[in-house]
Design a binder for this molecule. Structure first.
Ligand code: DC
Length: 247
């Protein structure tokens, strides 16, 4: 794992070279992470799973018994922690590896406890500002693919290729069920549906950086597409954008 600690410089980083940045946003369960990992492998890009960052800060808050609305204390606790994300892509079906103070928390941040609390923490403006700064710092330094809810609208609005993926609710439930199964986790379909819909509502209605289609993004409804079809479609768009930027 590369040593990229979450402790970051105070100043904001301006991103002026976005030639190699792809952003993928969209609601929960629409296939963003699988596509992002496939693209990262194909184009040799760093894969930045921004959702994992919000989840990790949520776990830190829970483990330190911090009030989930206390943004200053959450950031202080995060700054004191040694939090590392593995930006490389190994197995497409596996989650981003995350370490906290030397302990592997990859699956802990996917637990129901964290899943239930992450929407509260990801609403906090100071937490968002803190993580956006980190995400921009990475994007400035490495050719990357950023995946999340606000990567094309807020984190990197001038990225060369901005994609917004979506899918109908049944398909999203199917995909989340499969993903949980692959990671040896189980939840009933009703529960998955309830949680996806609840998350959608919170993510789309929050005041700071709600989930929106970023300006200039290409929208792809993946409901009736295979993963390979979506992958090929995004690949084509990215190559076109690269060609346009060179000519
Ligand atoms: O993609 P995910 O399910 O791991 O995301 C976890 C939560 O973090 C989700 O409720 C939305 C939030 N999130 C966010 O607010 N902004 C991002 N860029 C990424 C995730």
């Amino acid at each position: 794992m590369e040593d990229k600690n979450i402790k970051i410089a105070e100043q904001d980083t301006d991103i002026d070279n976005n030639i190699n940045i792809i952003t993928i946003d969209g609601p929960a369960g629409c296939g963003k992470s699988t596509i992002a990992k496939m693209l990262a492998k194909e184009f040799n890009l760093i894969y930045v799973d921004t959702g994992a960052m919000y989840r990790a800060l949520t776990l830190i808050a829970l483990e330190n018994n911090i009030d989930l609305n206390d943004e200053d204390s959450i950031i202080q606790a995060a700054e004191k922690s040694n939090l590392e994300f593995d930006y490389s892509v190994g197995d497409i079906n596996k989650y981003t590896k995350v370490m906290l103070n030397g302990k592997d928390i990859t699956l802990d941040i996917r637990s129901k406890r964290v899943g239930d609390a992450v929407s509260i923490v990801s609403k906090l403006s100071k937490v968002r500002k803190y993580l956006v700064k980190l995400q921009r710092k990475i994007a400035f330094k490495y050719p990357c693919i950023l995946e999340g809810r606000d990567t094309g609208s807020v984190v990197c609005p001038s990225a060369i290729c901005k994609i917004y993926l979506t899918a109908n609710i049944n398909e999203r439930v199917n995909r989340r069920e499969k993903q949980l199964c692959e990671n040896n986790q189980t939840l009933s379909r009703e529960q998955i549906k309830y949680e996806i819909e609840k998350r959608d509502k919170i993510d789309s209605s929050r005041e700071d950086s709600p989930l929106v289609i970023p300006d200039g993004a290409t929208v792809i409804d993946t409901s009736n597409m295979t993963i390979n079809e979506v992958f090929n479609s995004v690949k084509k768009i990215y190559n076109e954008k690269l060609n346009q930027s060179i000519n």
